[in-house]
Design a protein around this ligand. Structure first.
Ligand SMILES: Nc1ncnc2c1ncn2[C@@H]1O[C@H](COP(=O)(O)OP(=O)(O)O)[C@@H](O)[C@H]1O
Ligand SMILES: [Mg+2]
Length: 364
């Protein structure tokens, strides 16, 4: 293979935009040479949100949204390469997660849009995309796929660790000192918090979790939300906006609740559901390494620290990767795995019948 570097592109369930990284995996630890974040404009964000639910003319609309995404992805790739002063010919491949608009492994499919062919054309680079479908085809959840990368970079033989990603959805990876890695989506992280903040604050997010921190959670509402069977279900399991959406929240509301107290409840829901899942799946964990945009929600981080004590809760910064870039780096790494013909899934995590090489390759 010519070139040395990989680009990773991640746009997750938060629908905030795309994160791009330029990574070098030739050393013992991944080295990040540059990164970029391009936000989605409000109309694309709205359309992607709408495409997460049933609607009219879905095929045409999702293809057009996929084209729009490919253009943004290509711009993010160009940005990261120019910042790092690296030529496209030095890039082996782009690992492109795409944008999930439907995730239904039980029905045998998961859909990430983003027109990888157009991205390969615009960027003139090889693209690896559609990482999840093969795992679903092998009977797995197709998610989470980041645990193999978490295991490669965050494992420690001296202590059992948990890696927590706080994206739109929260996913946990349990890294035991030895033995199989576990991983699953625990439930919502930011998606409901963002949605509620956008309706009641008119902002895309509750900065630092300050609004939520200014009120007390509503106990009965919290209990009702936590009674969702998904939280108690055994792994392997994965979820998305298919379940944790505005309608799900509305069904639990009585009406007349103080909006700020609802935000406090949603923050507590994320903290409690994550901590309960962590304790159940990894009672021995001594450290929780947190990544994803939710690390910027300081109120949420404080609640996690309180609920997980005496285990340490800290961001991935101290472990060599900016928390905002862990997922994008994982997809760069998964692209490398795909091209090496190495498996990217972990059957102990996804429940697939076996290890599988993930992704479809679009030549540059
Ligand atoms: N300053 C902040 N304060 C509170 N929350 C934040 C802040 N910055 C980012 N976030 C949260 O992180 C989310 C983005 O996280 P990200 O890891 O990109 O998720 P995803 O992978 O689902 O796109 C935002 O939607 C928001 O909820
Ligand atoms: Mg994001």
């Amino acid at each position: 293979m010519s070139g040395r570097f990989f680009v990773g592109l991640m746009s997750g369930t938060s629908l905030d935009g795309v994160d791009a990284v330029l990574a070098d995996f030739s050393g013992a630890r991944p080295k990040l040479l540059g990164n970029s974040h391009l936000a989605f404009d409000p109309s694309l964000r709205q359309e992607l949100l709408a495409l997460n639910a049933q609607g009219s003319n879905e095929i045409e609309r999702s293809m057009l949204a996929g084209n729009a995404l490919a253009r943004i992805y290509a711009a993010a790739v160009a940005d990261v390469l120019s910042k790092a002063r690296v030529a496209s010919s030095d890039v082996v491949a782009i690992g492109c997660h795409g944008q999930t608009v439907r995730h239904r492994p039980a029905a045998g499919f998961t859909v990430q849009i983003g027109n990888a062919a157009l991205l390969a054309e615009l960027a003139s680079m090889r693209v690896v995309a559609d990482f999840r479908s093969r795992d679903v085809a092998a009977g797995g959840q197709g998610a989470p796929l980041v645990p193999a990368f978490h295991a490669a970079v965050f494992s420690d033989q001296a202590e059992e660790r948990i890696v927590l990603n706080l994206g739109g959805i929260a996913n946990l990876t349990v890294l035991p000192r030895s033995g199989p890695v576990l991983g699953f989506d625990s439930g919502p992280a930011n998606c409901l918090l963002d949605q509620w903040a956008s309706v009641h604050l008119g902002r895309a997010l509750d900065e630092g979790g300050a609004w939520a921190a200014g009120a007390q959670p509503i106990a009965v509402l919290l209990e009702r939300l936590l009674s969702e069977p998904y939280f108690a279900a055994a792994a392997p399991k994965s979820t998305g906006r298919d379940l944790f959406n505005e309608a799900w929240l509305r069904r639990a509301l009585q009406g007349g609740e103080d909006p700020q107290a609802v935000q406090a409840t949603l923050l507590e829901l994320t903290a409690r559901s994550v901590a309960a899942a962590a304790r159940r799946s990894s009672p021995a964990a001594q450290r929780m390494i947190v990544c994803g945009g939710g690390t910027k929600n300081l109120a949420l981080m404080r609640r996690l620290q309180a609920l997980m004590a005496p285990a340490a809760v800290e961001t991935s910064s101290g472990h060599g990767i900016d928390p905002a870039l862990v997922e994008a780096t994982a997809f760069a790494w998964l692209a490398q795995r795909a091209l090496e013909g190495a498996p990217g899934n972990m059957p102990s995590v996804t429940g697939a019948r076996g290890p599988r090489v993930l992704g479809a390759v679009y030549p540059g």
